[in-house]
Design a protein around this ligand. Structure first.
Ligand SMILES: Nc1ncnc2c1ncn2[C@@H]1O[C@H](COP(=O)(O)OP(=O)(O)OP(=O)(O)O)[C@@H](O)[C@H]1O
Ligand SMILES: [Mg+2]
Length: 333
């Protein structure tokens, strides 16, 4: 049974499980997966947890966001947080994961390094794209279940900046396909462990969307598909949500009442000639607001908790990530 936190202490919002050991953040390309994953990682760290933030796309997006040199194939501290929390980052590379894998299960590190030199590892992962996903998810699982000398998990929780919705099913199920192919041996044992982590209750998948037609459609489809696949969905992260600024009667069919605007400007000691420009901006904003409201309704089909992140000035800076992280937290009165 979960005990409620003491008054005044922050807690995670609905849809983000405090006991999940792996949070997978996916969504349509460019909607803010990396930003949201980093913000979620920071939020979890601020509760005093030791968190590992993983990226798998080979783009060094985390290094860029946290303003540090390219991450090597080793965990690196990105930030410290309240209550002794820590955020580490790791960029998983399929080639390195393969070498580590060959060493771990077949004790053949030197041979593997040799294979890398002649380009064989790259060749193998290109030849069988599914193999790449097997290696990446294998390393993710290892990070989730790794236990230190004290017998406790090295990381309290892992956050994955995952591939986009278009590839997420394939990415997550690559290992299950392999497990179906082999009935015994280290590969099978390893893949069973991966399936257990990715499909089990210790993992939650969160989907990032913008309030635009295409991303919302992809989110609706992905939720259905992932739920059918038996995955555990957490929340929908609505990124770059714009506040409602225009009231119902402020922009009519004929546009904005400019006389009223001039009066309002005068009250604020501003020149009346601003009225025309302001009116055009209001009409534009009202239109976007209407579109946003419509797409938001479309998202109502998805019965998952939502977390809204505000629209900031892109690109999001490290200092602003903390504000986004706070959106994953609530404080009990
Ligand atoms: N809430 C926000 N307000 C303003 N800008 C944002 C916000 N969230 C993300 N951005 C900006 O949008 C761009 C894309 O964000 P991000 O890299 O997180 O998306 P992504 O889904 O990871 O993209 P990709 O599919 O390319 O990996 C970045 O420049 C980022 O700074
Ligand atoms: Mg990204």
């Amino acid at each position: 049974m979960a005990l409620s936190a003491p008054a005044g202490q922050a807690q995670l919002v609905a849809g983000i499980s405090p006991t999940a050991r792996l949070h997978i953040v996916s969504g349509k390309g460019g909607t803010g997966k990396t930003t949201a994953a980093a913000a979620l990682g920071l939020a979890l760290a601020s509760l005093g947890k030791k968190v590992l933030l993983i990226e798998v796309e080979g783009r060094q997006a985390l290094a860029q966001l946290f303003d540090v040199p390219a991450l090597p194939y080793a965990e690196q501290k990105l930030a410290t947080a309240e209550h002794g929390g820590q955020l580490f980052g790791l960029a998983i590379d399929a080639e390195e994961a393969m070498i580590e894998y060959l060493e771990m299960f077949y004790n053949m590190k030197r041979a593997a390094r040799g294979l890398k030199k002649i380009g064989a590892v790259d060749f193998a992962t290109t030849l069988a794209p599914g193999l790449r996903d097997v290696l990446l998810t294998g390393k993710i699982k290892e990070s989730v279940v790794r236990v230190g000398d004290n017998g406790r998990h090295v990381y309290d929780t892992v956050v994955l900046d995952a591939p986009p919705t278009g590839r997420i099913r394939q990415f997550l199920s690559a290992t299950r396909e392999v497990a179906n192919l082999t009935n015994f041996g280290p590969i099978n044992r390893q893949s069973e462990g991966v399936v257990e982590v990715l499909h089990g209750t210790m993992t939650q998948i969160h989907l990032v969307t913008l309030l635009e037609e295409m991303p919302v459609q992809e989110t609706v489809d992905a939720v259905t598909e992932l739920q059918e696949g038996g995955y555990n969905l957490g929340c929908v992260i609505v990124n770059r949500a714009r506040p409602t600024l225009i009231g119902d009667n402020q922009v009519g069919a004929g546009g904005v009442d400019q006389d009223l605007l001039v009066q309002g400007l005068a009250k604020a000691n501003l020149p009346g000639e601003f009225a025309a420009g302001l009116a055009a901006q209001m009409v534009d904003y009202a239109m976007r607001q209407r579109l946003q409201d419509e797409t938001k309704q479309r998202l109502d089909e998805v019965r998952l908790p939502r977390v809204e992140l505000p629209d900031l000035n892109p690109p999001v800076e490290l200092g602003e990530l903390k504000d986004l992280a706070d959106r994953f937290l609530k404080t009990e009165a």
